[in-house]
Design a protein around this ligand. Sequence first.
Ligand SMILES: [Mg+2]
Length: 150
Amino acid sequence: MIISFDLDDTLIPLSDTGFPTEQRNVLQKILGVERIRFGASDLIRHLKNQGHKVGIYTTSYRPKLKLRLHLLTYGISPDFIITEKENRRELAKRHISCSKYPPAFKINLHIDDSPGVEREGHKFSFQTIIIKKDDTEWLNKIKTGANGLL
Ligand SMILES: [Mg+2]
């Protein structure tokens, strides 16, 4: 199945008080690689090993190549990256008024921190798992949710 992750405040903390993050090495600091949620790289590897396609679905305009390189420094190699540019294009094509619409990209499960995205999921019939910043059970929630897709 195809699983996507939001970035801001889901995998990447927007502030220092967000959630525990993985250790960055000297090279990552020099390159200005963003911090990533502790456990994220193991989780994504785990999901990919289970046979899922795993990628990024963000409403930010980060340059894709830079994002891909930065994620690679954590050992993360996403199967796809969707940024706001394509997101807007697909939403406009479908005349859908929401912030994200995972079915447009054949995504079966989307992980996000936004209750708004959860509401959109109910309204437009797509599956989400919403993870709060202080959720210590987030890894298990996602693994369980993904198992349901196998
Ligand atoms: Mg977010």
